[in-house]
Every structure is written in structure tokens, then in C-alpha cells.
Write a protein that binds this ligand. Structure first.
Ligand code: HEC
Length: 194
């Protein structure tokens, strides 16, 4: 008798949960209680859960992608130029601030100064190629070739071993508008970095 009661209780609880949880979720969605305003930061819990989900998703998908066997200094400079055109507004660079409107994004795009310690080249490639849902990080698969994305990854990797002022110096030298002259002082250290 006691056992039967327990079983009934458990079945009742299971049905209750199966009905109440989806209904509660539906009511939550329909109520408008959740503030979608980017001016309203995520809670610590949401930040944690979305960030962890992103990191593990990237590790799973980007882990096996291997970079091209060799990258020339010209490709690294091309990567710098592509980074400056497509990424620096949101992610900034050494000595270069992000655009002021980035402060209105939630989550805010981080500076990528130590990114190569956090992600492998394959994972960085995957992020840039596919973007990150619900963050404002675009997928670049339709606007850049794989080679162009690898050049950006090569720039991020190479810049780790270059003096921090290199980015600003390359900008000042108008390296992207001029014919690339990679035989200048850059080539030695950059080639070693790959
Ligand atoms: C419109 C703004 C925007 C642009 C442009 C942009 N990103 Fe992002 N990026 C983001 C946001 C937002 C995130 C997510 C941050 C998070 O998950 O907390 C992000 C995340 C990343 C990350 C992971 C950072 C981390 O540690 O969480 C990498 C790597 C990255 N972007 C690379 C790039 C590259 C390379 C480009 C240029 C090809 C680029 N991004 C262009 C907004 C941007």
C-alpha cells in the first residue's frame, strides 16, 4: 500500500513537472519580464552559462582544424590589414581603442591581446569563420576566404612576439594602402613567430 502511494506520488510529481515547467517557460517568454535591452547587463549566471557554452562549443568544433603549413610575412601583414578593416572596431588592438559604441554591446567584445593563449589557431579560425550566436560576433564565412581568415589568425599569433607598438607603427606607415613591402624590418621576427 505504502509503495503504491509512493509510486502515485512520483507519477503525479512527474506529470506536474512535465506540465508546470513548460507552462512556466511559456508564460515567462510571453510575459516580457526578461529585459532584452543591451543596456541591461546579463546576470552573472547568464554570463557564465553562455560563455562556458561558447568555449566548449568552440573547443569541440575547432580542435581538429590545422593551420596551413606555412605563412609568409606578406600573409601576416595581409592579416593585420584584414584585422584592422574588419575586427579592430569591435576588438581594438595594442594601443588602439575599440569604437565607443562597443560599450553599448552586451556582451562586449574583448580585446584579443592574449587570445592565442586561450584558443588554438584552429579554434580562432573556427570562431572567425562561424561567428558566435547571440553575441554580435559575426560569421565571416561569406565575406572572407579561408586563406584571408587564416591570415588574420597568423597576425594574432605573430603579434604575440612583436613589440606592442607594432600595430600603431604599421598603421602609421600606411602599410595597408601602400604596396606591401614585406622585406622591411618586419619580416624577420614575424616569420619566426609562425
Ligand atoms: C560587431 C562587433 C564585432 C566584430 C566586427 C568582430 N567581433 Fe569578434 N566578437 C564580438 C563579440 C560581441 C564577441 C563575443 C564575446 C563573448 O563571447 O563574450 C566576439 C568574440 C570573438 C572571439 C572570442 C573572444 C573570447 O575570448 O571570448 C574572437 C577570437 C573574435 N571575436 C575574433 C574576431 C575577428 C578575428 C574579427 C574580425 C574578422 C571579429 N572578431 C570581428 C564582436 C565582434
Amino acid at each position: 500500500m505504502r509503495r503504491e502511494r509512493l509510486i502515485h506520488l512520483l507519477i503525479g510529481a512527474a506529470i506536474g513537472i512535465a506540465v508546470v515547467v513548460p507552462l512556466g517557460a511559456f508564460a515567462f517568454v510571453k510575459s516580457g519580464i526578461f529585459n532584452v535591452g543591451a543596456s541591461h547587463p546579463h546576470t552573472k549566471f547568464t554570463t557564465w552559462i553562455t560563455h562556458e557554452t561558447m568555449i566548449n562549443s568552440v573547443r569541440r568544433r575547432g580542435g581538429d582544424i590545422s593551420p596551413p603549413r606555412s605563412t609568409s610575412a606578406a600573409q601576416i601583414v595581409a592579416g593585420f590589414c584584414a584585422y584592422d578593416t574588419h575586427c579592430a572596431a569591435c576588438h581594438g588592438a595594442a594601443g588602439v581603442s575599440r569604437q565607443p559604441w562597443v560599450g553599448g554591446m552586451e556582451p562586449q567584445p574583448p580585446y584579443l591581446l592574449d587570445e592565442t593563449e586561450r584558443f588554438t589557431p584552429g579554434q580562432l579560425f573556427w570562431i572567425a569563420k562561424n561567428g558566435i550566436k547571440m553575441t554580435g560576433m559575426p560569421s565571416w564565412r561569406n565575406s572572407m576566404s579561408d586563406r584571408e581568415i587564416w591570415n588574420i589568425v597568423a597576425w594574432l599569433e605573430a603579434s604575440q612576439s612583436l613589440p606592442p607598438q607594432t600595430y600603431v607603427r604599421l598603421l602609421r606607415d600606411r602599410r595597408c594602402s601602400a604596396e606591401p613591402n614585406v622585406s622591411l624590418e618586419l619580416s624577420g621576427s614575424m616569420l619566426q613567430a609562425r
